[in-house]
Design a binder for this molecule. Structure first.
Ligand SMILES: *[C@@H]1O[C@H](CO)[C@@H](O)[C@H](O)[C@H]1NC(C)=O
Ligand SMILES: *[C@@H]1O[C@H](CO)[C@@H](O)[C@H](O)[C@H]1NC(C)=O
Ligand SMILES: *[C@@H]1O[C@H](CO)[C@@H](O)[C@H](O)[C@H]1NC(C)=O
Ligand SMILES: *[C@@H]1O[C@H](CO)[C@@H](O)[C@H](O)[C@H]1NC(C)=O
Ligand SMILES: *[C@@H]1O[C@H](CO)[C@@H](O)[C@H](O)[C@H]1NC(C)=O
Ligand SMILES: *[C@@H]1O[C@H](CO)[C@@H](O)[C@H](O)[C@H]1NC(C)=O
Length: 187
């Protein structure tokens, strides 16, 4: 199934990804954070704000609900979903109004590119197909195609804060990134 790639960029990504393959993906009941790597984006952590996914320092977000996210791969659903909860290690404020939300990417029927979180997925939101290739996040479609088409784009919601986007084809200001479960080595 690794034979079907959507783009040349994907091939480059996989070529360099092979360097990381010996490092294991998080296990099924293990919590993990996700970090964005790309040009001028050196391992920014994924956080939640108002149901949407951002990367950067959550403390810099203007949203009062901004909080880093801790993920688990659910073993109870098939195909598997990725379940998000607030990572409260970084804050003393434990008043968050959500728990156990599913990570989603917009479906191809959606006009949005924003990646987010939901407790009940609409048909325009895909909550399944997230897989690890080593420590790299990929998405597998029902037909078996595997791709990683994540982007970030500077957000007005805080300094150094980027929106996490999927499958952006029409915006030169979006930066292609890879999402990995490995923390930057300087943190
Ligand atoms: C939660 O946040 C702490 C502090 O930043 C970090 O060390 C830890 O790895 C995070 N845990 C997860 C599961 O992301
Ligand atoms: C995030 O920002 C806060 C406040 O600006 C700062 O105290 C903290 O060290 C920053 N964290 C990281 C990981 O840069
Ligand atoms: C704690 O977080 C909640 C939810 O985001 C927010 O409404 C509240 O103002 C925060 N409290 C403090 C003391 O920061
Ligand atoms: C999906 O549709 C709902 C209802 O129209 C809308 O609120 C939501 O923003 C849409 N999500 C995406 C990812 O397009
Ligand atoms: C967070 O904001 C401060 C100033 O408000 C800035 O110095 C710092 O670089 C920002 N953090 C990130 C990760 O961009
Ligand atoms: C990306 O969007 C295009 C339409 O703009 C769609 O045809 C394609 O299936 C999407 N690819 C993925 C991997 O979502």
């Amino acid at each position: 199934m690794l034979g079907h790639f959507v783009s040349g960029a994907m091939l480059c990504l996989l070529a360099s990804a092979s360097v990381f393959v010996p490092r294991a993906a998080p296990g099924v009941d293990e919590s993990f954070g996700l970090y964005a790597y790309g040009d001028s984006v050196g391992g920014l952590s994924l956080f939640y704000a108002d149901g949407k996914a951002f990367v950067g320092n959550a403390s810099n977000s203007t949203s009062s609900s901004a909080i880093p996210v801790s993920f688990k791969r659910s073993s109870s659903s098939s195909p598997s979903q990725w379940i998000a909860n607030p990572n409260t290690t970084t804050t003393t404020n434990t008043t968050y109004r959500w728990s156990d939300e599913m990570l989603y990417i917009p479906s191809s029927s959606s006009s949005s590119h924003q990646v987010g979180f939901t407790s009940k997925a609409e048909s325009n939101e895909t909550t399944t197909g997230f897989i690890f290739y080593g420590q790299w996040v990929m998405v597998e479609t029902e037909s078996g195609d595997i791709s990683s088409s994540f982007y970030v784009k500077a957000s007005s919601e805080g300094e150094g804060v980027y929106s996490l986007l999927w499958n952006v084809t029409d915006d030169d200001t979006a930066i292609p990134i890879s999402l990995r479960s490995v923390k930057p080595s300087n943190s």
